[in-house]
Ligand binder design. Structure first.
Ligand code: SF4
Length: 176
């Protein structure tokens, strides 16, 4: 069977259990773009027919943008930003989300200039994460507090969450 056929068999095996939630972990990464488009259309049909909720886990931002209504961005196993699709792609709050978006090739002007979002350094070892923000070793905006205190994921706008000390600074500036 082709990769696309194998994916269909796997989907059928999952649906026979009549789930309400289906977790799709890099499910489309092994298929070509044409087959990917066909499978996404099939997922959409099945979602309507069976009232399904999908949880996609993916590195493919174009696919995520097409199919997801709400997105959680993860760095080193932790959520650093949660927002609806429009907020994630047009008004990201976390420097890591902005860095991800700056790396996406686009024909339009990319508002997240790679030179402003460029990531230096290496991510820390996942088994030995230093104190403070786990993104601090690569973040172009890191400051002293980031290396001491872990930022909490908190709501900074209605329905939108991010874990970054910069949001506290912005709120202080606005209040002043
Ligand atoms: S808390 Fe600091 S290091 Fe972490 S993302 Fe925000 S600015 Fe960057």
């Amino acid at each position: 069977m082709s990769a696309g056929q194998r994916q269909r068999v796997n989907i059928a095996r999952a649906l026979v259990l009549e789930p309400r939630l289906v977790i799709l972990d890099e499910t489309l990464s092994a298929v070509d773009p044409v087959e990917q488009s066909r499978l996404l259309a099939l997922f959409e049909q099945l979602q309507v027919k069976h009232g399904l909720t999908y949880l996609y886990i993916s590195h493919d931002l174009a696919m995520v943008r097409r199919v997801c209504t709400r997105i959680a961005v993860m760095y080193l196993g932790k959520m650093v930003e949660v927002a609806d699709t429009s907020g994630t792609f047009y008004d990201p709050a976390h420097p890591y989300t902005r860095a991800l978006l700056s790396a996406v090739p686009t024909l339009d002007a990319n508002p997240y200039k790679p030179e402003e979002c460029l990531l230096d350094g290496e991510p820390p070892s996942p088994i030995d994460i230093p104190p403070g923000c786990s993104f601090a070793s690569r973040c172009p905006h890191a400051f002293a507090r980031c290396r001491i205190e872990t930022p909490l994921l908190r709501e900074h706008k209605p329905g939108r969450l991010a874990a970054c000390h910069l949001l506290d600074q912005e709120e202080t500036t606005v209040a002043a």
